[in-house]
Design a protein around this ligand. Sequence first.
Ligand code: NAD
Ligand code: UDP
Ligand code: UDP
Length: 338
Amino acid sequence: AVHGGYRTALERGFAGGKVPLGLKRKGLRIVVTGGAGFVGSHLVDRLIERGDSVIVVDNFFTGRKENVMHHFGNPNFELIRHDVVEPLLLEVDQIYHLACPASPVHYKFNPVKTIKTNVVGTLNMLGLAKRVGARFLLTSTSEVYGDPLQHPQVETYWGNVNPIGVRSCYDEGKRTAETLTMDYHRGAQVEVRIARIFNTYGPRMCIDDGRVVSNFVAQALRKEPLTVYGDGKQTRSFQYVSDLVEGLMKLMEGEHVGPFNLGNPGEFTMLELAKVVQDTIDPNAKIEFRENTADDPHKRKPDITQAKELLNWEPKIPLREGLPLMVTDFSKRIFGDQ
Ligand code: NAD
Ligand code: UDP
Ligand code: UDP
């Protein structure tokens, strides 16, 4: 069938964007939901650079036009204000499904909406993938492991998640999104990919989104104390955004469904992170302890053996190299250009 006058990749014989050997690669039509957000906008930059046509679908809950404005006027770029909880008709070859608030402050703001975004939003994008024969990539999260009893976390670990807590709208929402993705794969033969993303930082993060790296960097720049929650001994592993984008694209183009952990195995306590921020921005920055939030995972570190072996991917940028790149962007946005 011809949908809206456009032949899908499947009908052209390029299932999921796979180009037959010997043929010059044709630009793909790619939807990025959540493409005006932090990770999405960096992904869009790379896809446009590669010569593909990109449609960003975003409701601007946490995303900003500023993140994609540099593509306005480019005929290969389109921006649609749309909430993925509502159905959407488009003709595309690939769907990168990122739409969902990612920081605890944002996803707890309206938990029911977060669940609807994860469940109904993902269902709609899978329905779209099924109808046009597009390949679908879900950005899931390390939060599916909950407060993990295995360390580091391997993809085969089923996790330790509280189903009725304040983080559940996000954790359980993403777990259901993974289930839906696999059910469309098994039941409707949709080509799918699942990424489990670990804590990621970089330019264009929301300045006041409450995540630890954005908080510490903004606080140090504003000469405010760094707020360490709890005793600061809990750990996270921080990945620079360009490494993640590379991993997402390799996953989409590769042969394997996943789920794949995409993260940087470099593990830091929050106190160690505060020290890196002090060394990078202001050695005199003070530390202030605050009460921790409920159900905060005690430790988190990806086992990325599978991504290394099957996707030939591993992160390249350690925290001490990536942080300064984010600081440049944050100081421009906080202090202006003067
Ligand atoms: P972000 O908040 O910057 O981006 C999310 C984007 O989705 C925003 O532009 C927002 O406006 C949009 N959005 C939210 N709800 C929507 C809806 N109902 N309809 C349409 N658009 C909607 O967050 P991010 O850090 O860029 O995260 C992107 C994806 O990666 C998310 O799915 C998140 O769960 C996942 N992820 C991110 C991290 C991380 O550390 N950044 C870690 C694990 C998983
Ligand atoms: N959907 C969509 N765009 C499409 C095709 C489907 O938004 O191009 C939505 C559709 O409205 C439905 C969901 O995706 O809510 C699941 O679609 P599917 O065809 O799998 O299921 P059904 O519509 O039969 O329940
Ligand atoms: N955290 C902190 N200070 C802050 C914000 C967060 O010490 O200002 C801690 C938080 O308690 C958690 C860790 O940093 O243990 C990571 O939190 P974040 O919200 O960045 O990500 P997530 O909990 O989703 O991994």
